[in-house]
Design a protein. Structure first.
Length: 259
């Protein structure tokens, strides 16, 4: 009976650990400042660059810290209803509900974080986030405005390396298509993709159509349209700022307000 009890305890502990990841044995938790930098300029992306109604801009950043049991979004898989609403309209409510339900159901989510929108294609926004050894992964999405269903983001970036947290991370970001709207240009009208397609990275040659706003056949690779930096905060730097929540949008315009 004793052996059986110990075995059940060990198996129960193992089942609660992140699947597919090396076990994080870092200090209890860590806090980071995440800085999102928009690089969507008319110089870098001259084709059909949106100048008005609305001009090129970025929605609020919505992110989550989690274990490998949860994915906010994933390349080559179908976007959830929440990601669809966010990528198409900048509406965050369904996505936030999905995150909340995942946290309650499988204890896979540690926290949600959000940063204000950027009113131009270039500029930056930031906020703070907290990671835990059981939840060392970071995912987020930012909508490209205007666009049919295009976004940038990160899927499950692990900030833990064995027994320590990384001091800083920098990642170049490229556009993705959520697979839910069939528009080719930034200002395309709503045209639902039926049946829905999987999330795909947009490149200089894919979709291979001259009307595509990111179609640059003379390039080998698109320049980064954005960049994200995450810097581990020292204890003396801690202090969370007020979160920003993305409100329902009208057409391609994003409205943001302090929660």
């Amino acid at each position: 009976k004793v052996i059986w009890t110990v075995l059940v305890t060990i198996l129960g502990y193992a089942s609660s650990l992140p699947v597919g990841d090396s076990i994080c044995t870092a200090e209890e938790l860590a806090k980071y400042r995440i800085i999102f930098i928009g690089k969507w300029s008319q110089t870098a992306f001259p084709k059909q660059y949106p100048l008005y109604r609305p001009p090129a801009q970025w929605s609020s950043l919505l992110g989550v810290t989690h274990s490998s049991d949860y994915n906010m979004w994933k390349k080559n898989e179908y976007a959830s209803n929440g990601v669809r609403d966010f990528a198409e309209k900048g509406e965050a409510w369904v996505l936030m509900k999905e995150i909340e339900e995942a946290g309650e159901k499988i204890q896979s989510v540690h926290g949600i974080f959000s940063a204000p929108a950027i009113s131009s294609g270039t500029g930056q926004t930031s906020t703070e986030l907290e990671v835990h050894p059981r939840h060392p992964l970071v995912s987020f999405v930012v909508r490209i405005v205007p666009s049919p269903d295009w976004f940038v983001g990160i899927d499950s970036l692990n900030l833990c390396e064995g027994d320590h947290w990384m001091d800083d991370v920098s990642v170049d970001l490229f556009p993705y298509d959520a697979g839910t709207d069939s528009g080719f240009t930034f200002s395309s009208p709503n045209f639902a993709t039926i049946p829905q397609e999987t999330v795909k990275e947009i490149t200089c040659s894919s979709p291979s159509h001259p009307a595509n706003s990111f179609y640059y056949p003379k390039l080998k690779i698109l320049p980064p349209i954005a960049q994200v930096k995450m810097v581990k905060l020292k204890k003396s730097q801690l202090g969370l700022s007020a979160p920003y929540i993305n409100l329902p949008a009208k057409s391609n315009e994003i409205i943001d307000s302090v929660s």
